[in-house]
Design a protein around this ligand. Structure first.
Ligand SMILES: [Zn+2]
Length: 193
């Protein structure tokens, strides 16, 4: 069954070892932040640093594992129709909108949405690391290291599929930042098989 995450919101759910999670961009050019915690020990969490270190590459796609802070594989990308995602930048937050956008009454962003969705599982704000940002397009200048946030390369129906290699709690959003989403907020869909 396909579930829909409304624009600028988020959710959390369990994913069992062996199950697959498909994250779908139904309208195109919409980012979804994905987080994973081990269900057996919430201190084991998805790690951008470990994953990128072992991949020796900033852009991950089909076949690449996503590691935890304890160097265990949490998820593996088994299908990817886009080929451009980000694993460098933190979830957008109240402070993102205050500092980058100059908003005076900022939205709580993916960070606030994830914290609220994870709260029933016992995960707190300070536990939230860098998310795997499905469909987020962050081209990087290889010489200077400078980067920009550009509209996603995803079109309607594009998707990325992960297999769980341990029992997980997943957090997933329809990202709330204008810049990341080509200037419009759209829903995200997902399916568990
Ligand atoms: Zn966001």
């Amino acid at each position: 069954m396909v579930e829909t995450i409304p624009p600028r919101s988020g959710t959390a759910f369990t994913l069992d070892r062996g199950q697959t999670l498909t994250v779908i961009d139904p309208e195109g050019k919409q980012v979804a932040d994905l987080l994973a915690f081990s269900r057996n020990d919430l201190r084991e969490v998805i790690s951008s640093g470990r994953t990128l270190d072992y991949a020796s590459r900033l852009y991950l796609t089909t076949g690449d594992p996503l590691y935890s802070n304890r160097s265990n594989v949490m998820l593996r990308i088994v299908e990817d129709t886009v080929g451009r995602h980000d694993f460098l930048l933190t979830p957008c937050s109240k402070d993102t909108f205050r500092i980058i956008y100059g908003d005076t009454d900022p939205h709580r962003g993916c960070f606030g949405n994830l914290a609220a969705a994870f709260a029933p599982y016992g995960v707190t704000e300070d536990d939230i690391p860098v998310a795997f940002n499905c469909f987020m397009n962050v081209p990087i200048d290889g010489l200077t290291g400078s980067f920009t946030v550009e509209p996603p390369l995803s079109g309607p129906g594009d998707h990325i599929r992960f297999t769980a290699e341990m029992d997980l709690i997943i957090g997933l959003t329809a990202c709330s930042a204008l810049q990341s989403n080509g200037g419009a907020f759209k829903p995200i869909q997902y399916r568990i098989d």
